[in-house]
Design a protein around this ligand. Structure first.
Ligand code: SAM
Length: 534
């Protein structure tokens, strides 16, 4: 590809430890189409090696121009060979890229096949079915002299699986910045991926029913996924998919304004990675123009209501909340991350109601964080990780300076819940939380990750909608389920379902946790009202 001045923007150069590679020879800005190429050799992906295939490959190589042939033969080959046909096959296996959207045909592209791999890739490869070319776009600004890299493996995988695949298919180990992280940070990155996949399941499992019955909960999952994708690596292709999910949730629930914005974000992310002429951009761009054309628009309008109930719905008349609705621990208004806590010296309107002369607390809230480390010098100091992954100090300025907590309570990996926490600027260190009232803290013997996973189960199996609940054992929805007598949180058709829930679905461990009235309390307190301190 050439720059606007007509000069090439990259060159094939030696890259230490990787053979040849493409290197930017001028600054390339995010979203630039770095190259767009037609294939020179194409093979069916899944056809077993046969005489017919060998002949077809030899004929295609023979038909190349001298320049193309030389460039093809200089490509890397990790497979041993004894004759020309085997050599060609080895080069194709080491270098080919998809030449059809469904991946049935793979091809050799003289330039794109020279790009090396990195997990923190700065460019995105793609077969563009509209223009029948392979394209590569800059996922972020690439500086002059920087190597252009793509991700070889398609699906995102944890570090060990990535390295195994790269060794098996391409014969190398990736040493990019993300693959060389120290073990703890690398595990964190792997955990992020696991969480992304877990959220994927939670988002998809209820289908349209889920989107309609708990739109906020599902939107929270997608919100969380977007944050994780952004932390994982730049331009992750999960992002536009997540934006499209968010658009669908908004539109299905009649919110065209948000549907429009989410669809625009999806289109913009695809445009950066794949170019404005790629088919992937068309769907979200069309949706952004008119979100009401989406097939789910309008399905949230209630059907079969009594006329008076319909009027209540139409006018958004507030009805008393269902008493048995469970609070969602992912609700950031009630369980904010550190950054969203009120500042100690401000009157934050999200938490306080103010008039001209006075203000009063308008709601209850609780900060959740996982104990990463702790130390006692003059007082107990705990390092905690919040829902956003940020680490902050929690200093104990209670009368006992933290000694009111027992060593069995203060353990790494346990979750701290602090009611009415505020951001405090310490003179001697990083901003954090100054904890003064011993009644305002609870510690639960499970990680924040597990607490949120338990919350997801509670949301799915404890929440009643129009008198209907879901059996935790078999997943059936019914009005006449029996509740677990120990924790009162999960519901079952009969004894067999209870045994299945206990043994196969992990309720044995969850039940023990939920027997703690303090933990159960998190799910049932009236957080959005304030009468008195909890
Ligand atoms: C498609 S080719 C890429 C171009 C190749 N470097 C060349 O010289 O033609 C794939 C081969 O490049 C090398 N390679 C690609 N990415 C690499 C990386 N991150 N580290 C080391 N070698 C890499 C491996 O030998 C791999 O089999």
């Amino acid at each position: 590809m050439q720059s606007t001045t007509g000069n090439p923007i990259y060159a094939l150069q030696d890259v230490p430890g990787k053979g040849k590679g493409l290197v930017a020879i001028e600054n390339i800005s995010k979203g630039t189409r770095i190259l767009s190429e037609e294939p020179i050799i194409t093979v069916p992906r899944n056809e077993p090696v046969s005489e017919r295939l060998r002949t077809s490959i030899c004929q295609q190589v023979d038909a190349l121009s001298e320049h193309q042939r030389r460039a093809f033969l200089s490509m890397h080959n990790i497979h041993p060979y004894g004759n020309a046909a085997e050599q060609y096959l080895g080069i194709i296996r080491t270098n080919s890229l998809p030449a059809e959207t469904d991946g049935d045909k793979w091809s050799i592209f003289l330039e794109a096949c020279r790009i090396n791999h990195a997990y923190d890739n700065n460019a995105q490869k793609n077969w563009n079915e509209n223009i029948k070319r392979h394209t590569v776009h800059a996922l972020r600004d690439i500086h002059e002299g920087e190597e252009i890299t793509i991700y070889y493996l398609g699906v995102d995988k944890n570090r060990e699986a990535r390295q195994e695949d790269l060794q098996a298919k391409f014969g190398f180990t990736c040493w990019c910045r993300l693959c060389s992280l120290p073990p703890e940070q690398s595990r964190e990155s792997d955990r992020r991926l696991e969480e992304i996949y877990r959220l994927d399941i939670l988002i998809g499992q209820g289908g349209v029913d889920g989107i309609l019955s708990s739109p906020l909960r599902i939107l929270r999952y997608v919100d969380q996924q977007v944050r994780l994708y952004n932390e994982q690596r730049p331009g992750h292709l999960g992002l536009p998919r997540a934006f499209l999910d968010a658009a669908q949730i908004a539109i299905a629930n009649g919110d065209l304004a948000r549907g429009h914005t989410f669809a625009e974000r999806a289109a913009s992310a695809w445009r950066t990675a794949l170019g404005g002429d790629s088919p992937e951009v068309i769907e979200p761009a069309t949706l952004a123009r008119d979100p009401s054309k989406h097939k789910l628009y309008g399905i949230s309008n209630p059907r079969g209501l009594e006329p008076s109930d319909f009027e209540d719905w139409l006018w958004k008349r507030v009805k008393p909340k269902h008493p048995r609705q469970q609070v969602d621990l992912r609700d950031r208004a009630t369980f904010p991350g550190f950054i969203d806590l009120p500042d100690e010296n401000d009157v934050d309107p999200d938490f306080y109601e103010s008039s001209l002369v006075t203000y009063r607390q308008g709601r209850c809230w609780c900060f959740l964080g996982e104990i990463v480390d702790f130390v006692t010098l003059h007082h107990l100091e705990i390092e905690i990780k919040d829902v956003d992954g940020g680490k902050i100090p929690l200093h104990f300025y209670t009368d006992g300076r933290g000694s009111e907590l027992t060593p069995t309570q203060v353990q790494r990996g346990y979750t701290v819940a602090i009611f009415y926490a505020k951001r405090h600027v310490f003179k001697f260190g990083e901003p954090g939380i100054r904890h003064e009232d011993p009644r305002m803290i609870k510690i639960f013997p499970l990680s924040l990750h597990k607490l949120l996973a338990l919350n997801d189960q509670v949301q799915q199996f404890s929440t009643e909608l129009d008198g209907i609940r879901m059996c935790h054992g078999c997943g059936k929805k019914a009005a006449s389920l029996q509740r677990c007598s120990k924790c009162s949180s999960f519901w079952y058709c009969d004894r067999a379902c209870q045994v299945a829930g206990w043994n196969e679905k992990g309720h044995k461990a969850d039940c023990k946790l939920l027997k703690d009235p303090n933990l159960r309390g998190l799910f049932v307190l009236k957080w959005d009202e304030f009468d008195n301190y909890i």
